[in-house]
Design a protein. Structure first.
Length: 186
């Protein structure tokens, strides 16, 4: 461990927390084990979060760019007001990410939390696409940004589903490769 400001005992505690429920060799780091890395690439469960990340990134990539425009097109707000009104949905999603991360860690489940967040976001996108009312459309913005919860949980899920550091590295390669194709479509 590189943290020179920690005492040896603090380093030992930090190492045990990092490696809880996972295989970690932080004392004798050997780098990436190619065999384990390739095992992750061959494992079908590696691809599920990547496909989910792709789907999430289709909407995730374009949403932050267009929220002020969406709010402005509601018709009741100036451009400056729209910029200011784009902040509250992000405050809500920040709190939601913290809560979802905490409770999904506590329950040791990611899938149900991702499912709920994606369904809430889907309702938000449907409201934005089908309603004309100012309140309904602004509520749609609040709900649509909940897609960000899925992003944070998918990153954690990828780490949790692989037993070794090299397999996690392979999982993140797949997640990143498939997931970052989503913004191209978005």
């Amino acid at each position: 461990m590189v943290a020179k400001f920690l005492t040896p005992r603090e380093k030992q505690i930090a190492t045990s927390f990092v490696g809880r429920h996972q295989t970690v060799d932080s004392e004798h780091s050997k780098g990436i084990q190619v065999r384990e890395f390739l095992q992750a690439l061959k494992d079908p469960k590696t691809y599920l979060p990547g496909i989910m990340y792709f789907s999430v990134n289709v909407s995730f990539a374009s949403l932050p760019l267009f929220i002020p425009t969406i709010i402005s097109e509601i018709g009741a707000f100036t451009t400056i007001e729209s910029q200011g009104l784009s902040a509250p949905p992000y405050v809500l999603v920040f709190v939601t990410i913290l809560l979802a991360s905490h409770y999904s860690d506590k329950c040791r489940l990611r899938g149900p939390f991702i499912t709920v967040a994606s369904l809430v976001a889907a309702v938000g996108f449907i409201l934005l696409a089908t309603t004309e009312g100012k309140v309904a459309r602004y509520l749609g913005v609040f709900l649509a940004v909940q897609i960000f919860v899925c992003v944070s949980l998918l990153l954690a899920w990828t780490s949790n589903m692989h037993a070794t550091e090299s397999k996690r590295a392979g999982g993140y390669v797949v997640l990143g490769f498939l997931g970052q194709c989503g913004p191209l479509l978005g």
